[in-house]
Ligand binder design. Structure first.
Ligand code: OXD
Ligand code: MN
Length: 589
C-alpha cells in the first residue's frame, strides 16, 4: 500500500510486538468494508438490523464493564510531569512503554491486525492531519470508516515521507484493571488496550483530534478545541459561523443541529451544521479565525434523541449507521432508546442482551438502552449539513461561545469585553452535576473550554496558548458565555432551550455585527431585553429580568472557587488570567 519507510518500520515493530496471524490494509473500498460487515455478522460481533427500515445499519454490544471513556485510565506521558500538568494522569514514557509492551505482547495471536490509514479533515486540506490506526477489531474499522476519511487516498496524501500519528489498539480481554488509554504527545503516539468502547478506541476522535492535536496546535500555532461549528443563515442568505464549547452532556449535538422556532423559520432563518464535537482552528490570511470539523461522522448519545429534541440527528441515523448499546426491537429488528418515543418495544433485547418485555422492564425501573449508548452516523446523512462541510479552507468564525450548566450563577448570555477576557471566561467554565449522574447534586466541576479531559499538555500552558493566539488574530471572533440551565427558586428551568436557543444566537450575531447595544456589568455585556427576539415565546418579564441578572454575592463566591481552581497551576498560570480574576473581583466590590 505504501513506500513510506516510517510507516513500514513502525508496522514491522508493531507486528513483532502484537504477533497477529495476518495483517490487512484497509483501502476504503465498499467491497472490502462489505466483506468485513459480513464477517462481523458471522462471528456475532455485529447484528444486521432491518435493511428495509434501516438500510446499511448494524448493531454492536460492548462488554458491560466497557461502556464509557475512562478518564482515570487515560494518561498523558510527556518527558516531565510538569509538561502534562496537574490535571492529567502522568507516567514517565519509558515506564509506560514498558508496561504497555508487556500488555500488547502477543495480544493479536490468532487474530487479524487491520491497518487503517485515515485523515482528520478533508484529504489534502491545509488543516488536515493523518493517522494510522492498527486494531484487531472490525467494529473499530467500520466506525473509523464513518468517523474519519479512510483508505487509499490518505496513503497517497501521506506520500513517501509524510508524518502521521501512530495509533495502536488491541482489544485483548477488555479487562478494566489493565485498561490504558495512553498518549505520548512528543512521539505522536497513542496506545489503547483492553477496551472496545468508542471514545477509548476510535483513536482519531478524542485521543488524536483533541489530546494529540491540542499539543500539535500549541507547537505549530493553531488550536484543537472541543467545539461544535454551526452556520447561522439570515433571511438575506448571509451565513455567519459560530463555534461553541460545552462540557459533555450539555447538548452540543442538539445546538449544532438546531431547528429555529416557527416565526424565525418563516422569516427565513436557518442553521447549518459543520461539526458537533471538535473544531480545528487556524488564522487565515485576512486575520480571521477559520475552522474545520476534522471528523466525518457523528458519534452521538442516543438516549434523549427524538424527532422533537433533535430531528436532524435522528434523521442522520436512518442509514449506514452503527448503533452501540441501545435496545433492539425484536419484532422488526429496529432500535429503541429512552426518550426516542413513548412506546418501548414489548419484544425487546435490552442493551446487555437479555430478551425482556420493554414496558415491564422500564416499569421495574430499568433502562433498555445504556445511558451512554451511541449512534455512529455519517455526517452526509444529516439534513442540515453545511455545504461548507468539505471546504478545505474551513469557515470564518464570527463568535466563540462557551457554556455550562449553572443553576444560579451565569445569566442566559453575556459577552466578554475582549479576547483575553474571553479566554478567562472560557478558563472559568464550569458545570454543576445533575441528579442524572452519580454523586452529589449541584457540585461545581471546573471544565475550562470543555477541555478538562482532553488537553494533551499542561492546562496552564494551554491557557497561555489561547492568550498567544489572540495576538496572532488581528480580526478575532467575539467571545460569549451562555447558560441554558438557569433554575428558578422552585428548581424549574427558566429558559425553554432547544430551538429557542436560536434567539440567543441571533443576539450574539447582532453583537458581532455591531447592530445592538448592551448593558455593561461586572462580568461583561448582558443583553437589553428589547434586543432579544421574543415573539411566540411564553416568558414573563420578571423571568426574563431574572435570567439576565447577576447576583453579586453569588459571583463573589464564584471568584473564590475560581481562585482555588487556578491555585493548582502555581506560577505557571498566565499573568493575563490572574489579572482577569483580580479585575473581576474589583468590579464586584
Ligand atoms: C463525547 C464526550 O463523547 O465529550 O463527545 O464525552
Ligand atoms: Mn465531546
Amino acid at each position: 500500500m505504501t513506500e513510506n519507510k516510517k510507516v513500514l518500520t513502525w508496522l514491522e515493530e508493531m507486528k513483532a510486538l502484537c504477533k497477529p496471524e495476518k495483517v490487512v490494509w484497509i483501502d476504503g473500498s465498499e467491497e472490502q468494508l462489505e466483506a468485513l460487515r459480513a464477517e462481523a455478522v458471522a462471528t456475532g460481533e455485529m447484528i444486521k438490523l432491518n435493511q428495509e427500515k434501516l438500510p446499511g445499519c448494524y448493531y454492536h454490544r460492548t462488554a458491560e464493564n466497557d461502556v464509557a471513556r475512562v478518564e482515570d485510565r487515560t494518561f498523558i506521558c510527556t518527558e516531565t510531569k510538569e509538561e502534562a500538568g496537574p490535571i492529567n494522569n502522568w507516567m514517565a514514557p519509558s515506564e509506560m512503554y514498558a508496561k504497555l509492551n508487556a500488555l500488547y505482547d502477543g495480544s493479536m495471536a490468532g487474530r487479524t491486525m487491520y491497518v487503517i490509514p485515515y485523515s482528520m479533515g478533508p484529504v489534502g486540506s491545509p488543516f488536515s492531519k493523518i493517522g494510522i490506526e492498527l486494531t484487531d477489531s472490525i467494529y473499530v474499522v467500520l466506525n473509523m470508516d464513518i468517523m474519519t476519511r479512510v483508505g487509499k487516498a490518505v496513503i497517497d496524501a501521506l506520500g513517501k515521507d509524510g508524518d502521521f500519528v501512530k495509533c495502536l489498539h488491541a482489544k485483548k480481554d477488555v479487562n478494566p484493571d489493565e485498561r490504558y488509554i495512553v498518549h505520548f504527545p512528543q512521539d505522536n503516539t497513542i496506545m489503547s488496550v483492553n477496551s472496545a468502547y468508542g471514545g477509548n478506541v476510535l483513536l482519531g476522535k478524542k485521543c488524536f483530534a483533541l489530546r494529540i492535536a491540542s499539543y500539535q496546535g500549541m507547537k505549530e500555532g493553531w488550536m484543537a478545541e472541543h467545539m461544535l461549528i454551526l452556520g447561522l443563515e439570515n433571511p438575506q442568505g448571509e451565513v455567519k459561523y459560530i463555534c461553541a464549547a460545552f462540557p459533555s452532556a450539555c447538548g452540543k449535538t442538539n445546538l449544532a443541529m438546531l431547528i429555529p422556532p416557527e416565526f424565525l423559520k418563516e422569516k427565513g432563518y436557518k442553521v447549518w451544521t459543520v461539526g458537533d464535537d471538535i473544531a480545528w482552528l487556524r488564522v487565515g490570511e485576512d486575520g480571521r479565525l477559520y475552522a474545520i470539523n476534522p471528523e466525518a461522522g457523528f458519534f452521538g448519545v442516543a438516549p434523549g434523541t427524538s424527532e422533537k429534541t433533535n430531528f436532524n440527528a435522528l434523521a442522520a441515523t436512518k442509514k449506514n449507521t452503527i448503533f452501540t448499546n441501545v435496545a433492539i426491537n425484536e419484532d422488526d429488528m429496529t432500535v429503541w432508546w429512552e426518550g426516542l418515543d413513548k412506546n418501548p418495544p414489548e419484544n425487546a433485547i435490552e442493551w446487555k442482551g437479555a430478551k425482556v418485555n420493554g414496558k415491564e422492564y422500564i416499569a421495574e425501573g430499568n433502562k433498555l438502552a445504556h445511558p451512554n449508548s451511541r449512534f455512529t452516523a455519517p455526517a452526509v446523512n444529516c439534513p442540515c449539513i453545511s455545504k461548507e462541510f468539505e471546504n478545505p479552507q474551513g469557515v470564518p468564525i464570527s463568535a466563540i461561545v462557551f457554556g455550562g450548566r449553572r443553576a444560579k450563577t451565569a445569566p442566559l448570555v453575556y459577552q466578554a469585553r475582549d479576547w483575553n477576557h474571553g479566554v478567562f471566561v472560557g478558563a472559568t467554565m464550569a458545570s454543576e452535576t445533575t441528579a442524572a449522574a452519580a454523586g452529589a447534586v449541584g457540585v461545581v466541576r471546573r471544565d475550562p473550554m470543555a477541555m478538562r479531559p482532553f488537553v494533551g499538555y499542561n492546562m496552564a500552558d494551554y491557557f497561555q496558548h489561547w492568550i498567544d493566539m489572540g495576538k496572532k488574530i488581528s480580526n478575532p471572533p467575539q467571545i460569549f458565555n451562555v447558560n441554558w440551565f438557569r433554575l428558578d427558586d422552585e428548581g424549574h428551568f427558566m429558559w425553554p432551550g432547544f430551538g429557542d436557543n436560536m434567539r440567543v444566537l441571533n443576539w450574539i450575531i447582532d453583537r458581532c455585527d455591531g447592530k445592538v447595544d448592551a448593558n455593561e456589568t461586572a462580568i461583561g455585556f448582558v443583553p437589553n431585553k428589547e434586543d432579544l427576539q421574543l415573539e411566540g415565546l411564553d416568558i414573563d418579564d420578571a423571568t426574563l429580568t431574572e435570567l439576565l441578572s447577576i447576583d453579586k454575592e453569588v459571583w463573589k463566591e464564584e471568584v473564590k472557587d475560581q481562585r482555588e481552581f487556578f491555585a493548582q497551576f502555581g506560577d505557571k498560570l498566565p499573568k493575563e488570567i490572574k489579572d482577569e480574576v483580580d479585575n473581576l473581583e474589583k468590579k464586584l466590590s
